[in-house]
Write a protein that binds this ligand. Structure first.
Ligand code: C2E
Ligand code: CA
Ligand code: CA
Length: 398
């Protein structure tokens, strides 16, 4: 069939109510609690046979005819969320697929808001999924589209990440809420060293960019086990549940939990998640951590939101950092701070076998108030370099 004929047939199927939204649950990777779902279209013919999207969507997607179907599925989803509310059943966000054509739809965000509002659905329950293919042809339009959808209070997920076209420039430039890791990245059952390295890195980047991660197409316990060690937040796949008709999903919503056991984070985590927990605890005590290379006069700084003195670059020349720090100290403490952290002085202490050096000085915060700050430099070494390094922990004592 030509794609115009398919478009007409699908249009007719929508009018006859033969197009249905199926829902595939997403679960929290650690607790196994129901935490979302994805709406996927199915064409259920009169005789009960189910036509999968793979056999008509590709043709439909050749033109903007697909847009009508997406709006239809969104409306079904809104109706469903309204029903949950009326029946007093706990709701979770549901994502809806939007083809790349929507990026060119004027007032997409307004249309989305209008439909959600019509059914009284708070915007936080709707997530728009879009693949990065839209970015390749129209990067500026896609960024603008995402920004507008998010500004209207909906969340945006990047679908099929890692399925082929992914580029790092894309996730650097696009500010989305969720990254959906494509199932092709789990092809080797997470048992292959290279596959694991790629996955660990993608999860690390996503979390550092503050995106929620969803792994798609999870079918085995091995995949689940490894994804948990990567701190993957949500799991969608046959291991937990297949896409299902509304009535079946309603039962799942009532139950709220998968049959898979909740994991004990301490037994499942690998070094990646252990380090992030450790860092969180360290930051509670030391909101500013600085790594300096004394041999090369350089530094790299990690500051937590709560540290009171900011306005400093996060990497640069160490001696300039000390000058900058000195200027923020109480006049009576400037000399002490300045002399303690001169590179030659620190190197002297290191040569003498000191393990660390510690001072307490009064430092002016961004709010103009002086607080006592304890600065401790620990001498450390990286096995692959002769350079003398220090790790500095700063904490406010008042
Ligand atoms: P998608 O958005 O990547 O959706 C996930 C697909 O993976 C679904 O296929 C789902 O059934 C399948 N899947 C989920 N878990 C597993 C698993 O553990 N193993 C395997 N092998 N597959 C799994 P489905 O429902 O056939 O949909 C195929 C594609 O059609 C979707 O891929 C999406 O791109 C598109 N699609 C479906 N509904 C819509 C829609 O309403 N609008 C648009 N624009 N596209 C849609
Ligand atoms: Ca999708
Ligand atoms: Ca996908």
């Amino acid at each position: 069939m030509a794609h115009s004929e398919i478009a007409e047939a699908v249009q007719a199927a929508m009018e006859m109510g033969e197009i249905k939204a199926y829902y595939q649950p997403k679960y929290d990777a650690i607790t196994s609690k129901l935490s979302g779902a994805e709406a996927l279209c199915r064409w259920i013919r009169k005789d009960g046979t189910c036509v999968m999207p793979g056999s008509f969507l590709p043709q439909l997607e050749e033109s903007s005819a697909i847009c009508a179907l997406d709006w239809y599925i969104l409306e079904e989803t809104c109706k469903y969320l309204k029903k949950l509310k009326e029946e007093g059943i706990h709701r979770v966000p549901i994502s809806v697929n939007f083809s790349r054509w929507h990026v060119f739809e004027k007032e997409f965000d307004l249309h989305l808001s209008k439909l959600a509002d019509q059914y009284g659905v708070p915007h936080k329950y709707i997530e728009a999924e879009i693949t990065e293919t839209a970015y390749v042809n129209a990067p500026a339009e896609m960024i603008e589209w995402i920004n507008r959808v998010r500004a209207a209070g909906f969340s945006v997920a990047i679908d099929d990440f890692g399925s082929g076209l992914s580029s790092l420039a894309f996730i650097t430039n696009v500010k989305a809420d969720v990254l959906k890791i494509d199932k092709s990245l789990l092809d080797k059952n997470c048992e292959d060293e290279k596959e694991r390295i790629v996955l660990e890195s993608i999860f690390d980047i996503s979390h550092r960019l503050k995106m929620t991660t969803v792994a798609e197409g999870v079918e085995t316990k091995e995949q689940l086990g490894f994804l948990r060690t990567c701190d993957c937040r949500m799991i969608q796949g046959y291991l937990f549940a297949k896409p299902m008709a509304e009535a079946d999903f309603l039962e799942i919503c009532k139950k709220g939990q998968s049959d898979e056991d909740a994991a004990d984070i301490l037994l499942t985590q690998a070094s990646a998640s252990a380090s992030s927990l450790l860092l969180e605890a360290v930051f509670m005590r030391y909101p500013l951590v600085i790594f300096a290379n004394l041999s090369r006069n350089s530094f790299y700084m990690m500051a937590y939101e709560s540290f009171s003195t900011t306005s400093c670059p996060s990497a640069g020349v160490f001696s300039e950092l000390i000058e900058h720090g000195t200027a923020t100290m109480h006049p009576e403490d400037m000399q002490l701070f300045h002399d303690t952290f001169q590179i030659d002085h620190l190197l002297d202490l290191y040569e003498k076998g000191e393990k660390f050096v510690k001072v307490v000085t009064r430092q002016k915060g961004d709010d103009g108030i002086y607080r006592r700050v304890e600065t401790t430099d620990y001498f450390v070494q990286n096995p692959s370099s002769p350079d003398v390094l220090v790790v500095t922990f700063c904490q406010t004592l008042d």
